[in-house]
Design a protein around this ligand. Structure first.
Ligand SMILES: [Zn+2]
Ligand SMILES: [Zn+2]
Length: 269
């Protein structure tokens, strides 16, 4: 079975991306992907990678992606996306970028909490994960309340390191009210929840968020699901999408959302 879509991927326009945008699109075509989003990083806040030139990335994508949309028109539906990290830490820049760029699709994410570097850099053998998780959910709730994005990316991202890399299994039941608050805000604001399949190929071994949280979003009335591999190279493109679709179906979803010019469309699954 070919892969119908992949709605979260990075090319070398991202500080941590590997393959060129054109190589990524060619690979998507090879895989038979019909709706394919490049969502390069735009990370805001004081802890963004110092080598990362925000304007150069944004302008690079603005030149590259629409040209590729023309080149591959009729072959694949290339979506000009962005992964906007930490809008909570610089709302002014976030809103300016959204005004200045005609994105098809905007992912909202939290890679670090105020006052801390990316969770990737935190030594959880020396740091209690509970206050970090608590702050993460609070800041993500704020992000959802701001709400100027289409889909919330990889909810529970710190667990990739806490559970995956450090093997610590925190009691997540204490965060149920905080997670509910985020999910309720998404439902109220008509924002999608992403099933990010990158965890399936990492030590954490499950999607972010996992099936229980996707089920909870559905129980609370959530209808909009996007699915992305979070590939940073051609090799990972499309990975885990089939599993993500199965998970979505298990929660009673029969269509996956994607966005064009910030408007929702659906793909039957
Ligand atoms: Zn991310
Ligand atoms: Zn990403």
């Amino acid at each position: 079975m070919s892969i119908p879509f992949d709605l979260h991927t990075h090319c070398a326009l991202s500080f941590d991306g590997v393959s060129t945008a054109e190589d990524m699109v060619r690979r998507a075509v090879e895989l038979g992907i019909k709706h394919y989003a490049l969502t390069d990083h735009v990370d805001l806040g004081e802890f963004a990678d110092p080598d990362f030139d925000l304007e150069a990335t944004v302008n690079g994508a603005r030149e590259t992606i629409p040209a590729l949309q023309k080149k591959f028109a009729g072959i694949t539906d290339l979506l000009y996306g962005v992964e906007l990290g930490q809008a909570t830490q610089d709302y002014e820049t976030a809103e300016r970028l959204l005004r200045e760029n005609r994105y098809d699709f905007v992912l909202g994410s939290t890679h670090n909490i105020r006052g801390h570097k990316d969770f990737y850099f935190i030594d959880f053998s020396q740091t209690d994960p509970l206050p970090i998780l608590s702050a993460y959910f609070d800041e993500t709730a704020e992000l959802a309340e701001w709400g100027k994005f289409d889909s919330l990316a990889h909810l529970t991202y710190p667990l990739r390191y806490i559970a995956g890399e450090y093997g610590i299994k925190p009691d997540m039941s204490i965060f149920a009210p905080a997670i509910d608050r985020i999910l309720q805000t998404l439902v109220r604001k008509n924002i999608a929840l992403e099933i990010n399949t990158s965890g399936l190929r990492q030590k954490i071994g499950v999607t972010m968020p996992d099936a229980d949280i996707v089920k909870r979003y559905r129980e609370l009335g959530g209808k909009l699901i996007t699915i992305g591999s979070d590939a940073h190279c051609t090799d990972d493109l499309g990975k885990g999408i089939a599993e993500g679709i199965k998970l979505a179906k298990d929660t009673g979803v029969d269509k996956i959302a994607y966005y064009k010019r910030r408007e929702v469309h659906f793909i039957a699954i």
